[in-house]
Design a binder for this molecule. Structure first.
Ligand code: 1HN
Length: 373
């Protein structure tokens, strides 16, 4: 599959008549003066500024889970967690973006590791954040005093400006995927940060957080909290609900009813129960389940996706590249690169997050399926 799209206009090179030596000297001097005064002529750069379709600097890249978890364990032996450093998190830096810890121009992804008895101190920032738990349990994220358990397959939210700290009260270390909109806030100069209390929560650790007791009942909302909130008030999306929803979609397909997004492809979007929309204003979170061998239709989308394999294996095609994906591996899809998934012989479960809400809100979202499906 190629990158070409049939609607693409042709790019026309701007050519001026060949200058005489005198004209060239004048031109050189004019450009030198512009440079001194921090001015740039448009006629030399329009093609790069306004390509016919997005030409992301970010490249598609896969991070290997076994390497990530090995380095996280080493970091745990060598680097304490505490105030100042705040989190023992290893960020994934897109090789196309030239150095900063950005998996995409808008998104941050990291593996965070907390050993038994360790505490990541409370703080808050305007950046939105979530955690997705690949394996393990025993860590509690305390969000504004509400103790939220973290267990395998759970999605935990800490929307912007909520105090949050993490405590491992178990006997095993735990690692999870963090996703934040740090690059977006950084590039837009919109970020704020404050330290929270050093005092550990003396909350008991109930089975369910307060937020789940209020908001995690399907199709039901507490009358005491009317209105809409831009970020979801639900702190934990428990695996048992995600798994059941996906299982039911595939069971409906088996019974000949609609429900799946494509043949053998069940998918759910985590929603804000006060709106039915995305969980946070800048980040979309989804979970995809493909039956063995199922294949998705290639699609171009404005915005960036990140996948992490929860179970099983798959291959993902991104433009002309193909990546094999196993348990825990993380891969990003840059804007407008066509992507499609093919599940391995045992099927695949994938967590996915994206920055698509940003583009939808700004009327900049576009999708295109070359096969017109
Ligand atoms: C942060 O607060 C967390 O709360 C994780 O777990 C990663 C990366 C940069 C800045 C703040 C967390 C972070 C972060």
């Amino acid at each position: 599959m190629t990158e070409s799209t049939d609607y693409a206009a042709r790019h026309v090179e701007f050519t001026a008549p060949e200058p005489t030596p005198e004209e060239q000297a004048e031109l050189d001097s004019m450009y030198a003066r512009m440079d001194e005064l921090h001015m740039k002529p448009l006629w030399n750069q329009i093609g790069g500024l306004m390509p016919n379709a997005p030409e992301p600097q970010a490249v598609a890249h896969r991070w290997d889970w076994s390497e990530l978890i090995t380095l996280a364990r080493r970091a745990s032996d060598l680097v304490p967690v505490g105030r100042g450093g705040e989190r023992r998190a290893i960020g994934l830096a897109n090789p196309g973006l030239g150095g900063p810890t950005y998996i995409a121009p808008t998104l941050w992804a990291a593996i965070q590791y907390l050993a038994p008895g360790e505490n990541a101190p409370a703080h808050r920032h305007s950046q939105n954040a979530f955690r997705f738990v690949l394996e393990g349990e025993g860590v509690w994220t305390v969000v504004n005093g509400d103790a939220v358990p973290m267990r395998r397959g759970d999605l935990l939210l800490t929307p912007g400006w909520n105090f949050h700290g993490h405590h491992n009260i178990a006997t095993e270390p735990m690692a999870w995927l963090d996703g934040l909109d740090i690059p977006f806030a950084h590039q837009m100069d919109s970020g704020f940060f404050e330290y929270g209390s050093e005092r550990l929560t003396d909350e008991s650790t109930p089975d369910h957080s307060r937020s789940e007791r209020l908001w995690a009942h399907p199709g039901l909302r507490p009358v005491a909290f009317p209105g809409q909130a831009s970020a979801s008030p639900l702190g934990r999306y428990a695996w048992e609900h995600t798994d059941a929803a996906l299982r039911d979609q595939l069971a409906l397909e088996d019974a000949g009813f609609p429900g799946v997004v494509g043949p053998g492809h069940a998918a759910i979007r985590y929603t804000n129960p006060t709106t039915g929309g995305d969980v946070m204003s800048t980040i979309r979170a989804e979970f995809h389940r493909l039956r063995p061998g199922a294949v998705t239709t290639p699609v171009h989308e404005v915005g960036n996706r990140v996948f992490q394999v929860f179970e099983g294996s798959a291959t993902i095609r991104i433009g002309d590249e193909v990546f094999g994906l196993n348990h825990g591996d993380v891969v990003n899809v840059p804007s407008w690169r066509p992507w499609s998934l093919e599940a391995g012989p045992e099927g695949v479960d994938l967590f996915c997050f994206s920055d698509h809400p940003i583009f939808e809100k700004l009327d900049l979202a576009r999708t295109y399926t070359p096969e017109g499906i």
